[in-house]
Design a protein around this ligand. Structure first.
Ligand code: AMP
Ligand code: GLY
Length: 422
């Protein structure tokens, strides 16, 4: 029997997952809640918010959904997986207790410290005066992080005490991130290049995906404020076989052993953000979900059936899976609205998507888009992810930028150096 799949979320990541799942010979239909104009073209959008867990459970029950795939971190942290499992529904993602590895930085740091996983040295504070005292005599730069989920905006790299003090005040006194900032982590600044690792984890084993690099800053040359991610390249070009073995030995294997020791049940995608330092790879953060826009590049290289991989992860049978990856590289260039990562104006008509999507080797994933009277309009900060594959990162990059040049909307911002060698 063919399967009915529900994807939860509305970003580029969810369009990429829905697009890849739709290619599975096992799939009858894909629903996305709430989705975007891109997911509407892959299946059916459902007008249920990713935050409304009871309504998602009801939808899955009454529409005979066989398997659900969760995109966003906050749905995981709020227990969407626990609720589905309690209702006897199959779902991909970690339960809330394990998703705390992403939703609490202090919890993740403590986990890493206890299980010997390399990460930046840190202190944790719940009292702003104690945090300021510590920062007064600390070495700079240093990094101030809100403990909880803050849409990627809860991290400040402070050049001096004045900046650290301002970050502590914003987080803990002005409560810029609400409860997410009532506890903070202050950590050592790490130097190096960043790299995104993805590994499916089925509780007992992991399956490592190719490495990627995200480009988090809004402007070329890694300048300007942090964003959710302005583009990715897969592979990153920074991880050779020896480093890959080290990442498995020093990060993934202790991670699995730590889960077991702590009695944490983790089934889903583990996405550690790493800094590749002169002393080796160190974990900046654990994400307990697919990266956005890493997913857009990863699915373009995956040659195997994604549904089989995700079901094996949920079933605890991951060692049965041997995914095949296309040779070469994939690139995703994000097209963002004017003003992003600050407030943006929505509702701008987008031109050129159909022509661009017709280009050989190019797939355009939607993020913040919606359809209105047959016209696709911008509907968020990150609007589209233009992906291209090629035999080399350079070939993929040339094709991706040729594709981007055909798309237009008022205020469009993109980086010109996604996938350029580091
Ligand atoms: P996070 O959400 O913890 O991954 O932090 C967001 C971004 O801040 C990372 O992608 C890094 O660019 C930067 N960052 C976080 N922690 C550190 C650190 N300890 N040293 C240097 N940069 C950091
Ligand atoms: N691309 C970074 C993230 O998804 O957190």
């Amino acid at each position: 029997m063919k399967k009915r799949i529900l994807v939860i979320g509305s970003g580029g990541r969810e369009h990429a997952l829905a697009w890849k799942l739709a290619q599975s010979p096992q799939v009858e239909k894909i629903f996305t809640a709430p989705g975007n104009a891109g997911t509407a073209g892959v299946g059916e959008n459902v007008a249920v918010s990713a935050a409304d867990i009871p309504a998602l459970v009801d939808f899955a029950k009454s529409n005979r959904i066989d398997f659900t795939v969760v995109g966003p971190d906050d749905a995981l942290a709020d227990g969407v997986v626990d609720a589905f499992l309690a209702a006897g529904l199959k779902i991909f993602g970690p339960c809330a207790a394990a998703a705390r590895l992403e939703s609490s930085k202090a919890f993740a740091k403590d986990f890493m410290k206890r299980h010997g996983i390399p990460t930046a040295g840190y202190r944790e504070f719940t009292d702003p005066a104690a945090a300021k005292d510590y920062c007064r005599s600390a070495k700079y730069p240093l990094v101030v992080k809100a403990d909880g989920l803050a849409l990627g905006k809860g991290v400040v790299i402070a050049a001096d005490f004045v900046e650290a003090e301002r970050a502590i005040a914003a987080c803990m006194e002005e409560r810029a991130f609400g409860d997410a900032g009532s506890r903070i982590v202050v950590e050592e600044f790490l130097e190096g290049v960043e790299c995104s690792i993805h590994a499916l984890v089925d509780g007992n084993s992991y399956l490592l995906f190719p490495d990627c690099r995200d480009h988090k800053k809004i402007h070329d040359g890694d300048r300007g404020p942090n964003t959710g991610g302005m583009g990715t390249v897969c592979p990153s070009g920074s991880v050779d076989d020896a480093l890959c073995a080290r990442i498995e030995r020093e990060i993934l294997q202790p991670f699995l052993a730590g889960l077991e020791k702590d009695g944490l049940h983790f089934r889903g995608m583990l996405f550690p953000g790493l800094m590749l330092t002169a002393d080796g790879p160190k974990v900046l953060e654990f994400n307990c979900r697919w990266g956005d826009p890493e997913t857009q590049s990863l699915v373009r290289r995956l040659d195997s059936d994604l549904l089989s991989l995700l079901e094996a992860t949920a079933d605890g049978t991951l060692p049965s899976q041997k995914p095949v990856w296309k040779e070469g590289a994939a690139i995703c260039v994000v097209l963002a609205s004017g003003g992003y990562p600050g407030p943006v104006e929505k509702g701008k008509p987008i031109g050129g998507i159909a022509e661009t999507s017709a280009m050989e080797g190019v797939v355009v994933f939607h993020a913040g888009t919606k359809e209105s009277n047959g016209q696709i309009l911008t509907n968020g900060g990150r609007v589209l992810g233009v992906t291209a594959t090629g035999e080399t990162p350079a070939a993929a990059r040339t094709l991706a930028y040729a594709a981007c040049a055909r798309i237009s909307f008022d205020g469009l911002q993109k980086r010109g150096d996604i996938g350029a060698p580091k």
